[in-house]
Design a protein around this ligand. Structure first.
Ligand code: CP3
Length: 347
């Protein structure tokens, strides 16, 4: 296992490895983003993919929440959709709407337009950003690298845009399972090379985001998602600790723990003791504050975060939200979340 000995605050790495820690570590999914005025300032000057592709900008945005909110880890500023882009699909980000892929995958013929990416050729800007971020972090906190899970990427590559149900992506899987599996395997192969590149560049831990895992039945989650996540975790788990976050898929926590991942993200719809029961004692749980609760008055946030920490109990817990931070959360509310965790000690 690779480990950067120069990290001063390595609480997150130690927690993932099941080692003793003085307190619960904390970070927030989507912590580099629109709730920060400093992010908005850069957003008004550069397009989304410019921000991702320019290592200096990506570095500056990555460090913002570390400097401003005081989280215990940085997460690379990028997006899960750079992988479909690297595989050959056009991806746009439309203001106030979200991602748009104008020519989505619908048939076997469309697979001719995508390939397993040569990541050193197509995604080297990410590796350059990681090297720069590690240099600028100078060992303050670990850097989390990430990728989308193959199922969640298929959702966008087939549906072509965001959706509440991703019905077209599901219909694609159910009507053309062989084509779906070919595409999922291509995404998986690209993702493994991409994450290995992130580790080689300096990422200290990796998170796999399966934002739409919870749209599938337990059996279909196994078939279309976990089968591929398992390959990714197997390829990386001996390099750095890995965290799997499959939102809404808590019915498969045991199976996800069995992949050999070091951490599992959970959302706010499952109680910590139930998640622990499903996942077993030998894995770190990450979560699970309702992101919308950060809109409550600060004393309510402090009380509810304390209750969450008590519910998880000491050890093998990384405090986080149950999904990404919302753009309308006041910065001092995000700080209250982080500070409450940092000031809490288990009795
Ligand atoms: O966590 C971080 O701070 C690191 C950066 C990060 C972004 N996207 C930046 C981003 C990460 C880890 C992601 C992951 C991501 N991207 C996921 C998985 C996590 C999740 O939230 O479910 C998904 C599904 C996407 C795809 C995506 N990118 C969507 C649906 C959108 C539009 C909706 C939205 O939240 O804005 C994006 C755009 C995006 N990615 C933004 C940011 C900061 C906002 C766009 C902007 O600022 O112009």
């Amino acid at each position: 296992m690779k480990r950067d000995q120069n990290i001063k605050n390595d609480l997150i790495i130690r927690t993932l490895m099941g080692e003793a820690v003085e307190r619960t570590p904390v970070w927030m999914m989507r912590q580099a983003g629109r709730y920060l005025p400093e992010y908005i300032a850069l957003r008004n000057k550069y397009s989304f993919f410019e921000r991702c592709q320019n290592p200096e900008l990506a570095c500056e945005i990555t460090l913002q929440p570390v400097d401003i909110v005081g989280v215990d880890a940085a997460i690379l500023f990028s997006d899960i959709l750079v992988v479909p882009q690297a595989m050959g699909l056009e991806v746009q980000l439309i203001e106030k709407q979200g991602p748009l892929l104008p020519d989505p995958i619908k048939t076997a013929k469309d697979l001719e337009r995508v390939r397993v990416a040569d990541v050193d050729e197509t995604l080297s800007y990410v590796f350059d950003a990681i090297k720069l971020i590690k240099q600028e972090l100078n060992g303050r906190v670990p850097l989390i690298g990430f990728a989308g899970a193959p199922w969640t990427l298929l959702c966008y590559m087939v549906q072509g845009k965001g959706s509440k149900t991703f019905d077209e992506a599901k219909a694609f899987c159910y009507q053309q399972p062989e084509v779906a599996h070919q595409l999922l395997q291509m995404i998986t192969d690209t993702t493994i090379a991409y994450l290995k590149g992130q580790v080689a560049a300096g990422a200290d831990t990796l998170q796999i985001f399966d934002s739409w895992g919870g749209l599938l039945s337990k059996q279909d989650f196994e078939t279309y998602s976990l089968y591929y996540i398992r390959q990714i975790v197997a390829a990386l788990k001996d390099e750095v600790p890995t965290i799997v976050f499959a939102k809404g898929a808590w019915g498969s926590l045991k199976e996800m723990a069995d992949t050999g991942a070091h951490g599992l993200g959970i959302d706010w719809c499952i109680e910590p003791h139930m998640a622990r029961q499903f996942a077993g004692a030998d894995i770190t749980l990450q979560g699970n504050f309702d992101p919308a609760k950060l809109l409550s008055p600060i004393p309510v946030i402090e009380k509810e975060v304390t209750a969450m920490l008590k519910a998880f109990g000491p050890g093998r817990h990384i405090a986080n939200l149950g999904h990404g931070i919302l753009p309308n959360v006041p910065v001092d509310h995000a700080k209250a979340f982080v500070d409450t965790v940092k000031n809490f000690r288990h009795a």
